[in-house]
Design a protein around this ligand. Structure first.
Ligand code: S3P
Length: 171
């Protein structure tokens, strides 16, 4: 089984992913970390030096490079499912789980965690609020195509592991 954790920036994909992998006795990988290792460059630098499109190509290449893995939880970046038809590809090869969170919760998490995120770091508080509202509305249509949708606040990994096995146990 290959589990993809999906959701907006700040929704807790990496934190939940690590715990979930432990619970399922799966490996854990973070796609942003894979990109940084592969390119020997921070995500922020990749955006600044080469632009978003270049980043998205690398992101997609490293995403699809995981498709033959088994017993893996992969924490995706917030934009990963939204480019190159990736949500459909992920749904074909594995199990997608959306950690859903509303814009207020995301705002309060991201206000202190924007400096390393190129899409957020230069925004003032009102701009950040506005960006989250617009981007979430745009992306949520895609996130909602996930096989499992769970509340991202106070995730219980025992319950989540059980839900994943019930929903995707045969995959
Ligand atoms: C992005 C989310 C980031 C990272 C990059 C772009 C996005 O990952 O991939 O900064 O487009 O939402 P996190 O969701 O882990 O912050």
């Amino acid at each position: 089984m290959l589990v993809f954790l999906i959701g907006f920036m700040g929704s807790g994909k990496s934190t939940v992913g690590k715990k979930l992998a432990k619970k399922l006795s799966f490996d854990f990988l973070d796609l942003d970390e894979l990109i940084e290792k592969d390119e020997a460059c921070s995500i922020d630098q990749l955006f600044t030096k080469f632009g978003e499109e270049h980043f998205r190509k690398i992101e997609h290449r490293l995403l699809t490079a995981q498709f033959n893995k088994k017993k893996l939880v992969l924490a995706c970046g917030g934009g990963t499912p939204c480019f190159y038809n990736s949500i459909n590809l992920m749904n074909e090869v594995g199990c997608t789980v959306y950690l859903q969170m509303n814009q207020d919760a995301l705002f309060s998490r991201l206000i202190n965690a924007k400096s390393s995120r190129p899409l957020l770091k230069n925004r003032t508080e009102p701009e950040l609020r506005n960006y989250i509202q617009l981007k979430l509305a745009e992306r949520e249509k895609i996130y909602l195509e996930s096989g499992l949708i769970i509340n991202g606040i106070g995730v219980n990994v025992n319950t989540l592991a059980q839900q994943i096995i019930e929903k995707f146990g045969d995959r």
